[in-house]
Design a protein around this ligand. Structure first.
Ligand SMILES: C[S@@+](CC[C@H](N)C(=O)[O-])C[C@H]1O[C@@H](n2cnc3c(N)ncnc32)[C@H](O)[C@@H]1O
Length: 192
């Protein structure tokens, strides 16, 4: 299926150029981006958290789905890639970009205060998972990508991914669905 240019976030091409200039190849793909937009649009006035901004590709998809009352906090450790996101998205008043460790941000946030979390880095996936899940309000959504094997994975990473999927799909506080598409997605919702 082909998407028209107009259906992408307007700023995506510039962000993609910024990624190429930096050699940054960890941005989310088109399917995940579209899903992020859909999920954000399903939460009018929603409070959204992205763990791992990267250069802002996923952030731009989230913003393109959000209404005027929704807000997004996104955190990135690497200052160089964070600068690309800040350059292209930083003027959006709905967005708070944090440069720093996602684990510290998770620890600083109030439990139950987010309607959608896109966990796309180590904290919120492979550590600080319980703390990040506790940030979800009842009915809140938790999306993870990059669950399918990739050539860049460290040697022991596959077992960590298996444990993560097992943990999320057996949590009695969640309904979780593994989606065998894109880079391997898992979407969970926190039960009331
Ligand atoms: C998969 S990329 C994020 C891609 C982005 N969400 C997107 O959709 O385009 C993961 C990012 O997490 C960042 N990162 C690594 N460790 C981190 C940490 N402890 N806290 C915050 N960000 C971190 C990396 O620098 C990298 O940019």
């Amino acid at each position: 299926m082909t998407l028209t240019t107009e259906s992408h976030p307007a700023v995506l091409a510039a962000i993609t150029e910024g990624c190429a200039a930096l050699g940054f190849a960890m941005s989310c793909d088109l399917t995940t981006g579209q899903l992020l937009r859909t999920l954000a649009a399903a939460r009018p006035g929603g409070r959204i958290l992205e763990l791992g901004t990267g250069a802002g590709t996923g952030t731009s998809w989230l913003l393109s789905g959000m209404d005027a009352g929704a807000t997004l906090v996104s955190v990135e450790l690497d200052e160089a890639v964070a600068a690309v996101a800040a350059e292209h998205l930083g003027a959006d008043p709905r967005l708070e970009l944090v440069t720093g460790d996602g684990a510290a941000l998770i620890d600083s946030l109030a439990p139950g205060s987010f309607d959608l979390v896109f966990a796309d880095t180590w904290p919120g996936k492979f550590h600080h998972l319980d703390q990040a899940l506790a940030l979800l309000a009842p009915g809140g959504l938790y999306l993870i990508d990059d669950l399918l094997p990739q050539p860049t994975w460290p040697e022991d990473h596959a077992s960590s991914v298996t444990a993560l999927v097992e943990r999320l799909t057996t949590d009695p506080l969640l309904h979780a669905t593994y989606l065998d598409c894109s880079t391997g997605l898992l979407l969970a919702t926190r039960l009331p």
